[in-house]
Write a protein that binds this ligand. Structure first.
Ligand SMILES: Cc1cc2nc3c(=O)[nH]c(=O)nc-3n(C[C@H](O)[C@H](O)[C@H](O)COP(=O)(O)OP(=O)(O)OC[C@H]3O[C@@H](n4cnc5c(N)ncnc54)[C@H](O)[C@@H]3O)c2cc1C
Length: 367
């Protein structure tokens, strides 16, 4: 909405309706109410709960922003959104988010990895701030008010058809209804003439049904590399083995960047995990060569890299019981020949000596 659309004296106040009582809906409503004081702003929320996702976000702490203060690098973090976001982000950057909350009495803190949280470590601080702002600006909030249809009105504006059968007028409508798992859930927007990209899951963990890796549930690797076999998709970062498969930042990022490609594959793909991505292959080989020289028959029990002991033992078990340093090197060389162009030492760190991990349908997860 443009500023020149502000109501003039004597003209009836305009009705701005925001559909959706989540973070986006609230922020849009609060911004409209602040910039256009003569307008009536209303939020329509279909459930009984407001800001429900904010409550659980960031593990209950709400990661409100990230310490990245330039539009270009910030936009680059958005899978598929980099280009369209580049010109938009400078209008409201993380530094504006910081100022917005601080000015409203919510002090924030930046953690070592750049994530920004309320100083209270409570998402409730954000919710309280939004609710207080809405009260201050007289934003009308209606829950159990699901919008089923938006019908354009002549000569302008809209009629909003609610699930209850009620019809509400609106001069301007902001749709902030979050994601929809199915394209059909957005039919009411396509009927208005909007183009909607088919939604696909993003930020999900990987299921490895009945994979022996599940025995290692709880093992966390600080710096792994995960590749989707047969594609260019790869991500580095912390990795967590769960009782259903793989999770952690590396997996979540991979699922976000690969969301469309993985959907095209119907989530039937294999991943290759480099368990120790932080260490150079050469250092590994040097270490193994040294051990072999010193005692070629000694078994590789001790940890040559900083991997969790349980994981290392499981990887060795995949190679075969009682592996000696010498045979481990032979094994690496064999793999090197079998898979030219790939790093043998890295491959040996894949479960069961180079076998890849088949992934099945995604489980929704969280950042
Ligand atoms: C567990 C978890 C942790 C997260 N942690 C973080 C984090 O720390 N930091 C971060 O930035 N992001 C985080 N996210 C993501 C973040 O929560 C979401 O991106 C954000 O909440 C989306 O806000 P939204 O307003 O677009 O959508 P939503 O929060 O989904 O809100 C949309 C609202 O619209 C309502 N609605 C839908 N259809 C209709 C309709 N037809 N009529 C009326 N109302 C309707 C819905 O009921 C809902 O309340 C997390 C997400 C989850 C699930």
């Amino acid at each position: 909405m443009r500023r020149e659309e502000m109501p003039v004296a004597g003209k009836a106040a305009r009705q701005i309706v925001v559909i959706g009582g989540g973070a986006a809906g609230f922020f849009a409503a609060l911004t409209c109410a602040r910039l256009y004081p003569g307008h009536k702003v209303r939020i329509l929320e279909k459930t009984t709960k407001l800001l429900a996702k904010v409550k659980i976000s960031g593990g209950g702490r709400c990661n409100v922003s990230h310490a990245c203060y330039q539009a270009r690098p910030l936009a680059a973090h958005y899978p598929r959104g980099e280009k369209p976001l580049r010109p938009l982000l400078p209008r409201f950057m993380p530094q504006d988010t910081l100022a917005w909350f601080e000015e409203r009495g919510v002090p924030l803190k930046t953690e070592a990895d750049g994530r920004i949280f309320p100083l209270s470590d409570q998402s409730q601080s954000v919710i309280d701030c939004f609710m207080e702002e809405a009260r201050r600006f007289g934003v009308d909030i209606q829950t159990q008010a699901e919008v089923k249809k938006i019908i354009p009105r002549e000569p302008e504006g809209f009629h909003l058809h609610l699930a209850t059968g009620k019809i509400l007028p609106a001069d301007r409508v902001i749709v902030a209804t979050g994601g929809s798992p199915k394209l059909s859930g957005l039919d009411w927007l396509t009927e208005l003439g909007h183009t909607v990209c088919p939604p696909v899951p993003s930020l999900f963990t990987f299921n490895l049904p009945q994979h022996p890796l599940a025995h290692l549930a709880g093992v966390a690797v600080p710096e792994a590399e995960v590749r989707v076999v047969g594609t260019k998709l790869r991500e580095n970062g912390p990795l967590l083995i769960t009782h259903w498969g793989l999770s952690g930042p590396a997996i979540l990022r991979l699922s976000a960047w690969g969301a469309r490609l993985l959907a095209e594959k119907n989530y039937d793909f294999a991943v290759m995990v480099v368990w120790q991505a932080a260490q150079k292959e050469k250092d590994w080989r040097d270490f193994l060569a040294q051990q072999q020289k010193e005692s070629p028959r000694r078994q590789v029990k001790n940890l040559p890299v900083s991997l969790p002991q349980r994981l290392w033992e499981s990887l060795l078990a995949g190679i075969g019981a009682g592996v000696a340093y010498g045979s481990l090197i032979l094994c690496l060389d064999r793999l090197d020949r079998a898979r030219p162009g790939t790093s043998a030492v890295k491959i040996v760190l894949i479960n069961n000596l180079g076998s890849t991990l088949p992934v099945s349908r995604p489980s929704p997860s969280t950042p």
